[in-house]
Design a protein around this ligand. Structure first.
Ligand SMILES: *[C@@H]1O[C@H](CO)[C@@H](O)[C@H](O)[C@H]1NC(C)=O
Length: 389
């Protein structure tokens, strides 16, 4: 009662409120204890990430930055492009292809943003690559690597290697000789629960190649941490692929002296990388665009360090109660030597999966939107950052 509460304090009420407090405390402690016990007996087994990787701090200083990438941007194909994960440009037709969550690969004419339902894979197309004769290669999360001819016929090229089926075919790129290089992010999980792979902290990813002339699939590297986006270098001497939870991109040499070896192209990324795209046509002064799902946040740092936290997160994920901690998604630009030159992001953006510059524009694909974000970079460029000297 209001009147009782506002009246002068009496000893009985003090006792009542402290009892109430104690009850609340007991309830809280019991709830937490039960939750911890449940998690304890959950059989999800999270592993420690390699300590030398944990010791690497992300680099937040970038020479040029645009921290409001949505400002001045347009929505391309709004309502028609569901979760456009990857984008590939066909300069001959003046269209982009994009991979959507309803199975459609849609084609968008750049001159007037007209959207066309091109081909439905019946799965979940992710990474795309344009072949040398107008065909499109698709990394379909559920179906493997597909070839789609210009007239829309679908062929499954490969979906397993060394007796292990792909769990989450993620990205694909093609050389001028027609050899495909692609990633399987994890053989253990599927797209719908792939975040568990990152929470588990063990490397289930593979880098592979497929030669259409022999129909052979080769495993080039195994034990990768969530092998994600992939891109061929302009000189066709290596492929670069992203290892998302390691916040780095690796380089696998496909010819020359270093053929077959792997080194780090860029690490200590500002966040979790997804697709990588080269913006140059042929040789020359192009740059790589690496999509950043989310910035490296304090909570992600803790989760990465402590397997127990990831176990709790995996438990919460099962009941769809996991807090969302993603922020500052966008894309970074890296030069041919692996040096970070620009960053484009927006505080409230999450799950940007691809970024590519076509002409004057930056195009961003995103799992959370029903459109592609387009920004005129001449009008809204990244500008020198005050963080650097
Ligand atoms: C992009 O912005 C620049 C500078 O405002 C403008 O000159 C150009 O026409 C724009 N490009 C397109 C394709 O709209």
């Amino acid at each position: 009662m209001e009147s009782t509460r506002s009246s002068s304090p009496n000893p009985a009420q003090g006792t009542r409120s402290s009892t109430w407090c104690r009850d609340l405390l007991i309830t809280l402690v019991c709830t937490v204890a039960i939750a911890l016990l449940l998690v304890q007996y959950d059989d999800f087994d999270a592993a420690a990430y390699p300590s030398e990787e944990l010791a690497k701090k992300p680099v937040f200083e970038v020479p040029r930055v645009n921290s409001h990438v949505l400002h001045g941007s347009e929505k391309v194909g709004e309502g028609q492009l569901l979760g456009p994960e990857d984008i590939v440009y066909d300069p001959k037709l003046g269209v982009i292809y994009t991979s959507c969550s309803d199975g459609w690969i849609k084609r968008v004419r750049l001159s007037d943003s007209e959207v066309e339902d091109w081909v439905n894979t019946g799965g979940r197309p992710l990474g795309l690559a344009l072949g040398n004769s107008g065909e499109v290669y698709v990394a379909d999360a559920y179906k493997g690597v597909l070839k789609i001819t210009e007239d829309g016929a679908i062929e499954v090229l490969t979906n397993e290697a060394e007796g292990i089926k792909f769990g989450l075919t993620d990205a694909v790129t093609v050389t001028k000789n027609g050899i495909l290089y692609f990633t399987d992010a994890t053989w253990k999980y599927e797209l719908h629960n792939c975040v568990l792979d990152i929470f588990e902290g063990r490397p289930h990813g593979r880098l592979m190649s497929y030669d259409p002339s022999t129909k052979q699939t080769k495993v080039l590297a195994r034990d990768l941490y969530f092998a994600n986006g992939i891109e061929i270098s302009p000189d066709q001497d290596f492929v670069i692929f992203c290892e998302t939870p390691m916040m780095r991109c690796m380089r696998y040499y496909i010819q020359g002296e270093k053929e077959g070896s792997i080194d780090v192209f860029i690490d200590r990324l500002v966040g979790l990388p997804d697709n990588i795209r080269y913006d140059g046509e042929g040789h020359g002064e192009g740059q790589y665009w690496i999509a950043i799902n989310t910035e490296h946040t304090y909570s992600w740092d803790l989760a990465r360090k402590y397997p127990y936290i990831r176990k709790v997160l995996a438990f919460l994920e099962k009941y769809q109660k996991r807090p969302s901690v993603e922020k500052n998604a966008g894309a970074i630009v890296v030069d041919l030597d692996g040096k970070l030159v620009e960053r484009y992001y927006e505080p409230e953006l999450t799950l940007v999966t691809t970024g590519i510059k076509i002409g004057e524009h930056l195009y961003l694909g995103n799992l959370m939107t029903s459109f592609i974000t387009r920004l005129n970079l001449t009008q809204y460029p990244a500008t020198p950052s005050s963080l650097t000297n």
